[in-house]
Ligand binder design. Structure first.
Ligand SMILES: NC(=O)c1ccc[n+]([C@@H]2O[C@H](COP(=O)([O-])OP(=O)(O)OC[C@H]3O[C@@H](n4cnc5c(N)ncnc54)[C@H](OP(=O)(O)O)[C@@H]3O)[C@@H](O)[C@H]2O)c1
Length: 338
């Protein structure tokens, strides 16, 4: 497979000065790495919040390091950037990934769909299942372990932001874990969609959050032991924390603004599979995704294709910043960059 020396990439300017399409060398993989020709890249809120260069990627392996035996040249893979620098970013045409932290894409899933998976899947999976001593895990038994599937039957879970990328992932993990009811806050236009993923009850996100605990109590009499705030906003965090039963655990996607009390826990997942604190867990988490995507047990995020290749990203990120994206991961195709 011929590999060019140079590629198009979206280059980050100084903070606050946006991004610009430019040219840079194609990196070469080290022994435990692969080079991926990126066919689709997904946009995440962190890209505009932290001015980063892309975390979600899907493409074709074009070169493998000597010590990689998990994948070979020609495999279709999805992967999450480790955030370590320009070589692993996904807003470019070729990126470095790690042999043990890529997952093969089954035939029934397009590159666009695959690029919507990694960050949401990783962060929701780490939040729910990573051991508590690691960054941000609630320590539940994962559904890919023998005794994990359906283990939490008849136990309620509350998910704030069911239609967010992470929310879509959290609902599906909750379904695989057996939680019931799966209660989510969401805009009513997305009720049917989140129910198709496994939500059993929806609460209109515009209802006052002061009423959340009472609404949850009207749905279930079981103590609420797990709540997942995928939004990471102070009001959603606090409402979910209040709705928890004593001894419950809140998983929240951003730093907690909560003054902890009543013996309730708060965990904050760090959604990078490569993080040294939970890399081994990350490898295990990623192992199941190919089979689940193939069987339909786990569905990719809904996606919206953005034309223009890498040049389409800045405006698309601005749409996200303005809250104009609902229940979808925006996707660009780097090969379309002119
Ligand atoms: N800790 C980590 O490592 C990590 C990793 C990834 C992401 N994050 C953070 O997690 C957050 C979510 O990321 P994401 O990619 O999942 O977001 P996203 O998909 O971009 O979120 C958009 C969705 O949020 C929903 N939403 C917004 N405000 C809401 C509210 N008050 N109540 C209910 N739903 C609301 C909207 O729902 P409707 O259209 O239905 O109204 C929309 O569908 C971001 O802040 C991101 O930076 C953290």
């Amino acid at each position: 497979m011929s590999i060019p020396l140079q590629q198009k990439a979206l280059l980050s300017q100084a903070f606050g000065r946006g991004w610009k399409v430019g040219t840079k060398p194609v990196p070469r993989p080290e022994a435990n790495q692969v080079l991926v020709r990126i066919e689709a890249a997904g946009l995440n809120p962190v890209d505009w919040q932290m001015h980063t260069s892309g975390f979600d990627g899907a493409g074709v392996v074009v070169q493998v390091g000597d010590k990689v035996d998990e994948v070979e040249v020609g495999d279709r893979v999805l992967f999450e950037s480790d955030g370590s620098g320009p070589h692993t970013a996904t807003f470019q045409q070729y990126a470095i990934a790690y042999g043990d932290l890529v997952a093969k894409i089954p035939e029934n899933i397009s590159f666009d769909q695959a690029a919507s998976v990694p960050v949401a899947y990783a962060t929701a999976g780490i939040g729910l299942y990573a051991p508590r001593q690691y960054q941000g895990g609630a320590g539940l038994t994962p559904p890919w372990e023998a005794d994990g599937r359906g283990k939490y039957a008849k136990q309620p879970i509350l998910i704030m932001g069911g239609s967010s990328g992470m929310g879509q992932a959290a609902i599906q993990f909750a379904r695989l874990s057996g939680f019931d009811p799966i209660i989510v806050t969401v805009s009513p236009r997305n009720n049917d969609y989140v129910k198709s993923l496994g939500a059993t009850h929806t609460i209109d996100r515009s209802e006052p959050l002061s009423a959340l605990s009472a609404t949850v109590s009207s749905i279930t009499k079981e103590p609420l032991k797990i709540a997942f705030d995928t939004l990471g906003q102070s009001d959603t965090q606090n409402a979910a924390y209040t709705a928890l039963a004593p001894g419950g655990t809140l998983i929240t996607s951003a730093s907690s603004y909560i003054w902890k009390s009543q013996g309730k826990e708060v965990v904050e997942p760090y959604g990078i599979l490569h993080a040294p604190s939970h890399r081994a867990f990350g490898v295990g988490l990623l192992k199941s995704v190919t089979a689940w995507l193939e069987s339909g047990e786990y569905k990719p995020n809904r996606v919206e294709y953005i034309p223009g290749g890498l040049a389409g990203i800045p405006n698309a990120l601005d749409r996200m910043r303005r809250g104009q994206v609902s229940a979808s991961r925006l996707i660009v195709r780097p090969p379309e960059t002119v």
